[in-house]
Structures are given as structure tokens and as C-alpha cells.
Ligand binder design. Structure first.
Ligand SMILES: Cc1cc2nc3c(=O)[nH]c(=O)nc-3n(C[C@H](O)[C@H](O)[C@H](O)COP(=O)(O)OP(=O)(O)OC[C@H]3O[C@@H](n4cnc5c(N)ncnc54)[C@H](O)[C@@H]3O)c2cc1C
Length: 445
């Protein structure tokens, strides 16, 4: 093994607290690593990918000593600040048709997604998670326009060809669910799960048994590989280890992995103030993704203080993996317009929380997976649907490390490598134009 050092050029800055975290009691983080430790495996990053890898390792090899370190508190990263859909069907947001292409490819995507959902379903069952945290409710896709309805019809015929059950809904039927007349049509798929993402990742982090240990607020500053193993340096500690799972999503590139291959894109969400349940008809809890990729997601959640609506829309390219207040403000203005378009009678509702979160996409929509250096294995680049894809990448990486064979691992190993992006100035201009064009094409959706 040649001696190499990979220094983190930048650390994650997740920004303003998400509505999901704000609705929970403040978290008491696990202690920061403040000494030198030696373990069998260190997992860097405690999002969907890192947590899934830790759970799978503990399941397959309960005697392995594992340390999980995260630069921030669990739940503050993208895995705790997303819209909370675990989608069991192909859902490639960067493709024109959600990536329902070849039958084999689609079946592989479905296997990936359902393995991830099964992973969480088992945890839900074992730990008695309630439906506020994890709900196998299925999800809707909703269309605001005739073009959106056409998208749903095309999606429905693809689902038919895959033998996937679903229900196409007319305007009145979708109004019965959402309480608004704004949607022209809908499509229900029963296999999706909706979660309270911050509550779910916290719940997983809090159940690790010895010998898995979690150290929050412990950024990996550098990784050194040598013939005697690897060393991960943190501000106050050191981890000596044989193997590393890098589950840092786009921050893989901060260490130099996936350089020139990862597109760093942020998306944005707003959550309304609570309103009395009787103020809006329909069901008190539902989730809907847009008919067209790059459109707007909506969820209604119910809590003890009333119901709330979540809206997620807008994608922006941020090569430095940081987002400022101006971008959140601009996305917030868009959310207000989209919200008023969907719920004109409730346009007075104020948005209580607004936030953004990072995603890493690749040009060919594949993850950055497998061995990236001596002793270092990546489960990164969620491609916008990390609820399932990053989870499955974490599971597959754990299996790879202990030599466990599975169909999931086979699929991950068969992925091609992420394609190189054009040189920076071209990517910068191209990615911004492309996202703007796609947002324009999604129109009212
Ligand atoms: C608003 C929004 C809505 C979304 N909605 C959905 C949805 O409904 N369904 C879906 O499937 N996906 C959704 N996504 C995408 C999804 O959240 C991500 O794909 C997913 O969270 C990625 O998981 P991950 O574990 O790969 O990465 P992350 O959750 O980003 O975890 C990586 C972790 O690594 C840590 N880290 C990074 N660098 C270091 C370092 N040097 N040292 C230590 N720790 C480090 C970070 O702090 C972070 O906690 C959404 C994203 C956003 C922002």
C-alpha cells in the first residue's frame, strides 16, 4: 500500500435548521471524538448511506468494531432535511421520464429501492416506530397541467409494462385526497413510504449497539493510507483503522474522490405554520411528488399543534457545496408562488421554516461506489434520491467489506463509473443553464 494523504479541502456547512429538526426536541449529540482509537471500520458520514452501512455491518459481523463519525449532528445533513419520500420505483430526477427506461434497468432500480425500504421496515418493526416517523402510506404523483397529465399517462403505461400496481386518479379523486381543486390528475403508487427524515435518522443513530460507536461533531480532516493501515484525523482525535467507508455524499470530492465527476446541486423546502385540520379538506396526511421531473413536491403532515404543508421546489448548482441566504430567499419566493397556485384559498398561510440541502448528481446517474483508494470504499453521490439509493449504497458497501454476496451488491458492482464532467467553466455554465431550462420546462408542475 502506497502512503497517501487525502485532506478535506472543505467541510460540510448544512446551514439553517430544517423544519423537520425544528419540530423535534433539541438533540443531545453523542460526544465528539477526543482521543486516539483503533477500530476495524470507520464510517465517515452519518446520513442514510453511513447509517445503513453501520446497521448492515453490525448485522453481518456483530463483532466488528465500528466507529461512525459525522462533521455535524445526526439529522442536520441532507438525510435529515429532505422531503421524506422513500420511493420504490425508478425516480431519476435528471431524466425526462424519471428513468423508467429498459426493463432490466428498471427492475434493478426497483430492487435497489425496495431493499432500502425493507431495511427501514425491519428497523421500524424491531423498534416500534410510529407512523409519524415511518408510514407505508404510498405516495401520489400530481399534475397541475395537461402536459403533466400526459406525463402521468406515459408513466402509467411504463408501470403497466413493468407489472407495477398503481391507480390513475381524476381531478375529483385527487381533490378528495389533497383538499384542493388545483390538481388536474394524479397517480397513486402503493409501495412508497413517507418518513419524518430527521426523526428517522436520529432514531437509527440512537440504537447502535456496542461495538458500533457514533461520534458527532467530529469532522474527518484527513485520511492517510499506508502499508500498516489507514489513519483518519479529526480536530481532537485519531482513528486507526483497516478500512474506511466514505459516506459523505458530495463531500467525497472534498477529499479528492470523484473529482470532476460530481455535480453539486441544492434543493429547497418550506414548511407552513400549523393550521387547524378543519381548515383544509382531504386527508390529513399525504405526500405527492410532481408529474414532471424537476417539478414541485408537496406533503401534508399532522401534529399535535395542527397540520402543516411542506413544499419543495427549485434546484441550483453550487460547486462549493454551500448555499447562502439569498438562494434560500429566492427559492422561498418561488415556493410562495407555487403554494398559492396549488392552495389559492390558503395563500395567507405563512411559511414558518425554510431551508436547503445538498445533493450530488453524476452525469450518468450512477453512484460513486466501490474502492476508491487502498482501504477506502465509497458509498456516495445519491443522485437526488438518497432515501433509497444512498441507503442501498451503504448496505452494498458493508456487504462488499465483509465479502457477503447479494443481488444488490451485484447490481452496484455492475454500475459503470461516474462519467467525467466537462472542465469547470463549461460545467458551471452548462449546469446552471440546464437546471434553469428544466425548471422552465417543468412549468407549473
Ligand atoms: C430538500 C430536499 C428534499 C429531498 N427529498 C428527497 C426525497 O423525498 N427522497 C429522497 O430519496 N431523497 C430526497 N432528497 C435527497 C436526499 O436527502 C439525499 O439524496 C440523501 O440525504 C443523501 O444521503 P447520503 O447519506 O448519501 O448523504 P448525506 O445525507 O449528505 O450525508 C453525508 C454526511 O456526511 C457528513 N460529512 C461530510 N463531510 C464530512 C467530513 N469531512 N467528516 C465527517 N462527516 C462528513 C455530512 O455532515 C453528512 O451528515 C432531498 C434532498 C433535499 C435537500
Amino acid at each position: 500500500m502506497t502512503r497517501k494523504t487525502f485532506r478535506a479541502r472543505r467541510l460540510p456547512a448544512h446551514g439553517v435548521e430544517s423544519g423537520w429538526s425544528a419540530l423535534l426536541a433539541p438533540r443531545t449529540p453523542t460526544p465528539e471524538l477526543d482521543r486516539a482509537i483503533t477500530v476495524d471500520v470507520v464510517i465517515i458520514g452519518a446520513g442514510f448511506a453511513g447509517l445503513a452501512a453501520a446497521v448492515r455491518l453490525a448485522h453481518l459481523e456483530p463483532r466488528l468494531s465500528v466507529a461512525v463519525i459525522d462533521a455535524d449532528m445526526v439529522g442536520n445533513g441532507a438525510s435529515g432535511r429532505n422531503s421524506g419520500f422513500l420511493i420504490d420505483l425508478p425516480h431519476d430526477i435528471s431524466s425526462g421520464n424519471f428513468g423508467v427506461d429498459g426493463v432490466t434497468k428498471s427492475h434493478n432500480e426497483i430492487l435497489i429501492a425496495r431493499t432500502a425500504i425493507q431495511h427501514y421496515a425491519r428497523l421500524a418493526e424491531e423498534n416500534g416506530w410510529n407512523k409519524d416517523l415511518f408510514d407505508r402510506s404510498g405516495k401520489y404523483s400530481v399534475a397541475m397541467t395537461d402536459a403533466g397529465t400526459k406525463h402521468l399517462a406515459a408513466y402509467s403505461s411504463k408501470l403497466n409494462s413493468l407489472g407495477e400496481p398503481h391507480q390513475v386518479l381524476g381531478a375529483e379523486e385527487i381533490e378528495e385526497v389533497t383538499g384542493t381543486r388545483s390538481f388536474k390528475s394524479g397517480l397513486f403508487t402503493p409501495g412508497a413510504v413517507v418518513v419524518q427524515p430527521a426523526a428517522m435518522v436520529r432514531a437509527i443513530a440512537d440504537l447502535f449497539p456496542e461495538p458500533v460507536r457514533l461520534f458527532e461533531r467530529t469532522p474527518a480532516l484527513s485520511i492517510e493510507t499506508s502499508s500498516s493501515g489507514c489513519t483518519v484525523k479529526t480536530p481532537k482525535g485519531v482513528v486507526r483503522v483497516a478500512r474506511i467507508i466514505l459516506a459523505t455524499n458530495g463531500h467525497a470530492e472534498s477529499f479528492g474522490f470523484g473529482s470532476g465527476e460530481l455535480l453539486h446541486v441544492f434543493t429547497y423546502a418550506s414548511l407552513t405554520e400549523p393550521f387547524p385540520p378543519s381548515a383544509l379538506g382531504g386527508s390529513r396526511k399525504w405526500g405527492a411528488t410532481p408529474a414532471a421531473p424537476m417539478g414541485t413536491t408537496i406533503r401534508r403532515i399532522n401534529g399535535t399543534d395542527g397540520d402543516r404543508l411542506l413544499i419543495r421546489s427549485r434546484y441550483t448548482y453550487k460547486p462549493d457545496i454551500e448555499v447562502g441566504a439569498a438562494s434560500i430567499k429566492s427559492a422561498g419566493d418561488l415556493h410562495d408562488r407555487k403554494f398559492a397556485d396549488r392552495f389559492p384559498d390558503h395563500r395567507h398561510l405563512k411559511m414558518q421554516y425554510r431551508w436547503a440541502g445538498a445533493m450530488a448528481l453524476t452525469r450518468n446517474s450512477v453512484p460513486l461506489f466501490g474502492q476508491v483508494a487502498d482501504g477506502i470504499f465509497a458509498a456516495c453521490a445519491c443522485n437526488g434520491i438518497g432515501g433509497t439509493k444512498s441507503t442501498a449504497a451503504g448496505i452494498a458497501t458493508a456487504e462488499l467489506l465483509v465479502g457477503h454476496r447479494s443481488k444488490l451488491g451485484e447490481i452496484f458492482r455492475s454500475f459503470e463509473k461516474p462519467q467525467a464532467l466537462p472542465p469547470r467553466p463549461f460545467t458551471d455554465v452548462g449546469a446552471r443553464l440546464n437546471l434553469k431550462f428544466r425548471e422552465w420546462r417543468a412549468g407549473r408542475e
